[in-house]
Design a protein around this ligand. Structure first.
Ligand code: ADP
Length: 782
């Protein structure tokens, strides 16, 4: 640094020259300026030890200049000596001191005095500068000391910290590790090199760690990663590694400070929690416990184990459900191990119901377990390090075991892991129990569904005789809804109920809701009561009745003509009495007539059975109803009894009907025959044809017995007769109207009767008209 100089200020050059001459011998820098402004400017530029200032100057005079100098912080301390010729008077001098002068030099100048004054001030300045330099140096030394102390303190702090701490250079090379690092890793402090951290990171975590570190070194972003560090004893623990760059004043990275915090417990707890969550939801996800247990085993690896085996007790023996291994190639090995050799640990746990923990599986333990060399080899290959066997149990019943083993992860199980395994096993037990319960409920539901669907009525009656179950079929058959049956006594639900409970069916009529039903009931006793199954036989019963009716009617109907034929034949064969020709003819006539009647009955039976079976062919064609009716009436007239007549009324022209002509003829024959048959007092029968909207109506009116209103529908039923006992002496099979109804129905027509008892009857038949085209054809044919 340049030494501070002396500033000479005077508006007159010659004065400046004189001053320079006086001070020159001092050997200090002299800077001369000719105005106050210049002086101020010069003062900005460099350091001065003293200023010699002329008082009388144009523009800024000496006092004013001095005041400005004193007003500035940087120049305030510079001593000013006023140089003046004029004013020795005291007030003038006083003003100079006020403006900051340290001295006055009056002209003519005493060279010696001026020189010594200036010298003294320059010296003073020099001294002060020296002092200041010394002070700076002192301060720098002190700072350095403090820094060293601080660093020391930091180191001590780093050493005292429970975390691993390191420092590395900007390129990531470690320059410092704290004691914790060496204590944890077991590495030699003197051999600690750059590669060491990589050697202790778990191989599975290394790639990510190296990548993150590289990114941070490139970008200067803080580094953060979770990785496992190998401890001195070979086990791995999770650490959270963090490093931040420390920058110098220019912002460049000076070094990195890193820490690694042991988060193993936390991490394991998190993992355990997550596993537990996943396992629970897997266990709850399905009722197929085999597959859920299998998924639990797969979740356990690698979350909490390197391999996991789940076994279930079947008939007292442990059977494998699932084996999972971190290395899928090793699954067959584990299987082999578990299949070929006794699972003594699992068997023991299954027997006691207590979980077992082997924190460290030692070589001795392996040897003690192995039954032979192959076994020992297998065990060694799998290299178990730590193991837990927990019972899968529900209440006190053990259902199986879950085995967790660590090997390559070098993880060592502790009490917390044991508790976790027990927890999972317990949950598995509950899941299995649920699945089994569900199966049972499902089976019950199935049974209930069967009961609901079955066609037989089923009633369950408890020991006290109260109905406990009343299925839908029971409701349907009895007409008693479930809510009116359950909880009541069976005798009250179905009055007159009496049934054995020995399983043999009994058939009986019961009065239910005002109607008679026939039930076949069988009852079976069981522990809590009796189950009755019953079936409605009412229809079967009706059929049975009908069959009996048939036999009765038919045999009766057949017997009458047969008797007549027999009587005639026997008489004809007699030789003892002389039969005249006329009698012979009459007898033969009876044989023929009654034979015809017999064949009619047989035909009716045949026809009815064909109609029942749906096997009667129908040939529908456009039929001329008038022509056909005329023919029917004509042939009926031929056999009319005395006192009867038939009238036919029909419009001259009628459209054709769509019918089977042969069958239509039979219907009309039948109606006419009945009209005659049931008009014992004779009279006129009216047959009319009438065109309705789109049908042709046939009407056969007789003056006969008539039919009571309540029977008018029933007479069309099979075998139904108003007068089965034939009190009027009129026989019949009761098939005629049934056949009529079926034949009419088959061509889309209708048949009904209108009648008043004792006032005759009118039978109506309506048939659809034939379609126009068919009619035309038939007209053309005619
Ligand atoms: P069947 O005449 O062989 O007895 P049907 O089926 O033809 O059988 O008739 C059934 C019953 O209807 C007859 O038994 C009779 O009682 C009654 N019935 C049928 N037609 C008449 C009628 N025109 N007048 C009075 N009753 C009749």
């Amino acid at each position: 640094m340049r030494e501070a100089g002396v500033l000479l200020v005077d508006d007159r050059r010659e004065n400046l020259v004189a001053l320079e001459a006086v001070l020159e011998p001092l050997g200090v820098d002299l800077v001369s300026v000719t105005s106050g402004e210049q002086a101020l400017r010069e003062l900005l530029r460099r350091e001065f030890a003293v200023i010699l200032l002329d008082v009388q100057m144009p523009e800024l005079d000496g006092f004013e200049t001095a005041e400005l100098i004193k007003a500035r912080e940087r120049t305030r301390h510079i001593p000013i000596i006023f140089v003046t010729a004029i004013s020795k008077q005291p007030d003038h001098v006083f003003r100079g001191y006020e403006a900051g002068a340290v001295d006055y030099v009056f002209k003519p100048i005493n060279d010696e005095v001026l020189r010594s004054k200036v010298l003294a001030l320059v010296e003073l300045h020099r001294k002060r500068e020296e002092l200041r330099a010394q002070e700076d140096e002192l301060r720098a030394r002190e700072t350095e000391e403090v820094r060293r102390e601080e660093q020391q303190r930091y180191r001590e702090l780093a050493e005292a910290m429970p975390q691993i701490v390191w420092v590395s250079d900007p390129q990531g090379r470690a320059t410092y590790y704290n004691g914790r690092w060496f204590a944890y890793t077991g590495l030699d402090p003197d051999a600690a090199g750059d590669r060491d951290w990589r050697e202790v990171v778990h191989p599975a975590d290394l790639r990510v760690a190296v990548e993150r570190r590289r990114d941070s070194l490139e970008t200067g972003e803080p580094f953060e990663v979770e990785y496992r560090f190998r401890r001195g004893d070979g086990t791995y623990r999770w650490h959270l590694g963090r490093a931040v760059p420390v920058r110098d004043v220019d912002g460049a990275i000076d070094h990195w400070v890193g820490t690694a915090t042991d988060i193993d417990d936390q991490k394991r707890a998190e993992e355990a929690q997550r596993f537990l969550g996943e396992a629970s939801s897997a266990l709850g996800s399905s009722l197929d416990f085999h597959s859920t247990l299998a998924s639990v085993a797969r979740l356990a690896v690698p979350a909490i184990a390197d391999w996991c085996a789940i076994e279930m007790l079947v008939d007292g023996e442990l059977r494998e459900v699932e084996v999972a291994h971190e290395d899928p190639m090793k699954v067959p090995m584990v299987r082999e191990l578990r299949r070929r050799y006794p699972r003594s640990d699992q068997a023991r746990v299954a027997a006691t119901g207590h979980a077992e923990l082997v924190a460290e599986v030692t070589e001795e333990a392996l040897r003690a377990t192995a039954v032979d060399d192959v076994h020992l080899d297998l065990l060694r290959d799998l290299g178990p390090r730590s193991a837990i066997v927990a019972p899968i149990a529900v209440r006190d019943r053990v259902l199986g075991t879950i085995t967790l083993v660590t090997s390559t992860s070098e993880r060592v199980y502790g009490q917390r892991d044991l508790a976790l395994a027990e927890d999972v096993a317990r949950r598995a037990g509950v899941a299995i129990e649920n699945a089994r319960l569900y199966e049972r409920v499902e089976a019950q539901a199935q049974a209930a569904r069967v009961l609901a669907a079955i066609g037989d009525g089923v009633a369950l009656v408890d020991e006290e005789g109260f109905v406990r179950l009343w299925n839908p079929a029971a409701e349907l058959i009895s007409g008693v809804p479930e809510q009116n049956a359950v909880g009541r006594r069976l005798e009250d639900v179905v009055p007159g109920w009496r049934a054995t409970d020995d399983g043999r069916p009994e058939t009986m009529p019961l009065e239910v809701g005002g109607r008679e039903i026939w039930l076949s009931i069988s009852g079976v006793r069981f522990d809590d009561g009796t189950v009755y199954a019953f079936r409605d036989l009412t229809d079967e019963r009706a059929l049975e009745t009908m069959r009996q009716d048939l036999v009765a009617t038919v045999s009766h109907e057949l017997r009458t003509p047969l008797a007549a034929i027999y009587g005639a034949a026997v008489t004809l064969r007699r030789r003892d009495i002389g039969l005249d020709e006329e009698l012979r003819e009459r007898l033969l006539g009876i044989v023929v007539e009654e034979s015809e009647r017999l064949s009619e009955i047989v035909n009716d039976l045949l026809l009815a059975s064909q109609l029942d079976a749906g096997s009667l062919p129908v040939t529908i064609e456009a039929t001329d109803a008038r022509e056909l009716t005329e023919a029917v009436v004509e042939s009926a007239r031929a056999h009319l009894p005395e006192g009867m007549s038939i009238d036919l009324t029909a419009p001259a022209s009628l459209p054709h009907v769509a019918a089977d002509p042969g069958q239509l003829r039979q219907v009309l024959d039948n109606l006419l025959e009945n009209a005659v048959k049931y008009s014992p007092s004779g009279g006129r029968i009216d047959v009319t044809l009438e065109l309705r909207a789109d049908a042709l109506r046939f009407a056969v009116r007789d003056p006969g017995l008539g039919i009571p209103a309540g029977e008018q529908r029933r007479i069309f039923e099979k075998f139904y007769r108003l007068d089965p006992d034939m009190s009027h002496g009129v026989g019949g099979t009761g098939l005629g109207l049934y056949i009529c109804r079926e034949l009419v129905r088959r061509v889309g027509g209708k048949i009904w009767v209108e009648s008043r008892e004792g006032e005759g009857s009118t039978f109506f038949v309506e048939l659809p008209l034939a379609r126009p085209r068919a009619r035309k054809e038939s007209v053309a044919a005619a």
